[in-house]
Design a protein around this ligand. Structure first.
Ligand SMILES: [Zn+2]
Length: 241
């Protein structure tokens, strides 16, 4: 049984659901939030759990608002957040690779802070994106009373350890790509703080690519893949109780 802590089923037309996977599918814009709810709100919660979010790209693109967020988008999330199989807020985050001006960066940060504040009020967990922005993302999340998953974590071991020590309940999510730092992180971070993901269709082509995240953890921790799968599912259930 695979657990895909982060994918975008709304962008995978024609994909047939695999009963061997538990999906945490994320919206990342007003439009994809609506599409995801329309497509999956009535599937059993056991198989598909929905998160609603506004990604840093969408915040950056919306130049009409200082924090990049339209009231209508927020209202939609607020209205639906405690419904059916909607279990959290994501994809939200900060991406300084794409924010090339101070103004854009400040806007993304403001938008992210607003989304995390909303999540705290809604009493939900977060799936967060960060690129070249780990300090700000982890700092903001740890300053709030929220459990969170750092999706496709690309920061350092020290940053991962800081997040786990200072956050409410934190998972470091392993994508299906290997790196030297990720190997170090998997070796040093306790299995109870790891998650697996595909980020399909963007990093992995389909959620089945989560099997490669499981293989990395099994290999570096010298465990059976079945044991890894069992533990990462328990971790996600704990954070998204
Ligand atoms: Zn994503």
């Amino acid at each position: 049984m695979l657990t895909d802590s982060h994918c975008h089923l709304c962008d995978m037309k024609g994909y047939s659901l695999n009963p061997q996977i538990t999906y945490f599918t994320c919206g990342y814009s007003h439009e994809t939030n609506i599409n995801t709810i329309n497509a999956y709100a009535n599937t059993p919660k056991k198989n598909i759990r929905i998160l609603l979010g506004i990604s840093p790209y969408n915040i950056m693109k919306n130049e009409k608002k200082e924090d990049g967020l339209e009231d209508e988008w927020i209202e939609f999330i607020r209205k639906n957040a405690n419904e059916k199989n909607i279990v959290g807020i994501g994809e939200i985050g900060i991406d300084y690779q794409y924010g090339d001006t101070q103004e854009k960066r400040a806007g993304m940060k403001k938008g992210f802070e607003k989304m995390v504040g909303l999540t705290e009020k809604l009493n939900l967990p977060v799936v967060a994106h960060s690129r070249k922005a780990e300090e700000d993302v982890i700092g903001i999340l740890c300053a709030h009373d929220v459990r969170f998953v750092l999706h496709c974590f690309g920061g350092t071991l020290e940053q991962a350890e800081f997040a786990i020590e200072n956050g409410k309940d934190v998972l470091i999510s392993v994508p299906p790509i290997r790196s030297k730092e990720r190997k170090k992180i998997i070796r040093r971070i306790d299995l109870s703080h790891l998650a697996t993901e595909s980020d399909a269709p963007y990093i992995g082509k389909t959620p089945e690519a989560t099997a490669e995240s499981v293989r990395q953890i099994a290999e570096y921790k010298e465990m059976e893949t079945g044991e890894v799968e069992k533990n990462v599912l328990e971790n996600m259930e704990r954070v998204f109780e």
